[in-house]
Design a protein around this ligand. Structure first.
Ligand SMILES: Nc1nc2c(c(=O)[nH]1)N[C@H]1C(S)=C(S)[C@@H](COP(=O)(O)OP(=O)(O)OC[C@H]3O[C@@H](n4cnc5c(N)ncnc54)[C@H](O)[C@@H]3O)O[C@H]1N2
Ligand code: MOO
Ligand SMILES: [Mg+2]
Length: 395
């Protein structure tokens, strides 16, 4: 199955799942969460015209080349009197422009005379240095759509509108399972044939960054009965996310368990690394089985599981941004799977890590992004390739 089709199916699966409940959270706790309802402005922003400069507010008509007396001083946080005709007001950045004034001149272009009257040296224009009421937003306007993911900028916008709390989609509950008899947790001694479990922490950290509630279900032995039992025991979760045990080996049981007690929607994807990516349902609970090789886990999580989780929360734009760059390497052998090479940008060209084995996680630690090589493609140096920055998929 081509990558696009698998993604479409996963997104359809996410879109047809029951809508997640919403919860109301203090603004500061909404980082990485998704808005459950549109954010509508209850204010004009700014609420009143204010000065963009430290200087003098005046009515343009009153300026005839004769110095003007200063009738009031207005600081940010004060409520000014209407401007007396024939005068100017001393004003500071962010202070409300008094009624009757229609321009502000910055103090660098003003001379205060001995009698404290002010002379302006440059031509003045109507509205200059005034930030009009409602220039950013007006009452009733939609500022953020439902389904927007909240980060520092969106939180700041909500704060500027006075929102102390926001209505967000509840966290997606994800059970993380690491399958493999060879796995040992870091901190334990390593026996013969054993390796440390790295996928567990990769997924748990990543899911947390994505705003998910993580149920770490530990290591699952390579055994069909144990697999069935553990999947059945996971309780109320929105997604079971596992690594390993999805290929064709005699110790790969996840696909079998799904076939027997649910439904297997995909198995064998035209992606490298990540071919045995599996998804389906186990007794009605969605399951995404990522391949166990650490770079395969990473690539399939970034490109398929992450979009699924975002769409599950109602996010429309789930695809990472990417851009075209010239390849700084050659690719003489066309592949029958779409490859995602761990690469970097150097002098405006994409270069790739020396070892692209799907078992080498270090390739991704070295990399700044994934370099996409389409199936059936060969490349000569200088051909354009798509580059997906890792920063686009890590949050
Ligand atoms: N005859 C075939 N063999 C394999 C095929 C195939 O098409 N025909 N596909 C290969 C590809 S491609 C991949 S990818 C792997 C995926 O296999 P599984 O998802 O079943 O994963 P495992 O066999 O359980 O493990 C693969 C590899 O990754 C290591 N691993 C697993 N979990 C972890 C973990 N949590 N932390 C660190 N490393 C982990 C595991 O020890 C294996 O080395 O199948 C190929 N085989
Ligand atoms: O898809 Mo596998 O990750 O190529 O080794
Ligand atoms: Mg296997």
């Amino acid at each position: 199955m081509p990558v696009e089709e698998a993604l479409e199916r996963l997104l359809a699966m996410a879109g047809s799942a029951p809508i997640l409940e919403r919860e109301r959270l203090p603004l500061a706790a909404t980082q990485g969460r998704v808005l459950a309802e549109a954010l509508i402005s209850s204010l004009d922003l700014p609420p009143w015209p204010n000065s963009a400069m430290d200087g003098y507010a005046l009515r343009l008509e009153d300026w005839r080349g004769e110095p003007l007396p200063v009738s009031q001083r207005i600081f940010a946080g004060q409520a000014p009197e209407p401007l007396q005709p024939g005068t100017c007001a001393r004003i500071f950045t962010g202070a409300p422009v008094p009624a009757g004034a229609d321009c502000v001149e910055m103090q660098e272009n003003a001379q205060v005379q001995d009698d404290q009257r002010v002379l302006f040296s440059e031509p003045l224009q109507l509205g200059q240095n005034i930030r009009p009421q409602g220039q950013e937003t007006t009452v009733g306007e939609q500022v953020l759509a439902a389904g927007t993911r909240l980060g520092p900028i969106e939180q700041g916008l909500a704060a500027s509108l006075g929102c102390a709390e926001l209505e967000v989609v509840r966290r997606v509950r994800v059970a993380v399972l690491s399958t493999g008899d060879e796995l040992v947790e870091p901190g334990q001694p390593l026996g013969p044939g054993q390796i440390y479990n790295s996928n567990r922490v990769v997924l748990c950290s990543w899911l947390q960054r994505l705003g998910c509630e993580v149920l770490d279900a530990g290591i699952l032995p390579d055994d069909l009965a144990a697999t069935r039992q553990r999947l059945a025991e996971l309780g109320e979760v929105d997604l079971i996310l596992s690594t390993g045990g999805v290929s064709v080996g005699e110790a790969d049981f996840l696909g079998i368990a799904l076939r027997e007690e649910g439904e297997l929607a995909l198995w064998k994807l035209a992606i490298k690394p990540g071919k045995p990516l599996t998804f389906g349902h186990f007794r009605g609970v969605p399951v995404i089985g990522l391949p166990g090789n650490p770079a395969s886990t990473l690539v399939t999580f970034a490109l398929l599981a992450r979009p699924y989780l975002l769409r599950r929360q109602g996010v429309q734009q789930v695809q990472p941004l990417s851009f075209q760059v010239p390849a700084g390497f050659a690719w003489p052998q066309p592949g029958n799977r779409r490859e995602y090479l761990r690469g970097r940008l150097e002098n405006g060209q994409a270069i790739i890590y020396r070892n692209q084995s799907s078992g080498v996680l270090r390739s991704a630690a070295w990399a700044e992004g994934l370099v996409e090589v389409l199936e059936g493609r060969t490349l000569v140096q200088g051909d354009r390739v798509n580059f997906i920055p890792l920063s686009e998929v890590l949050d």
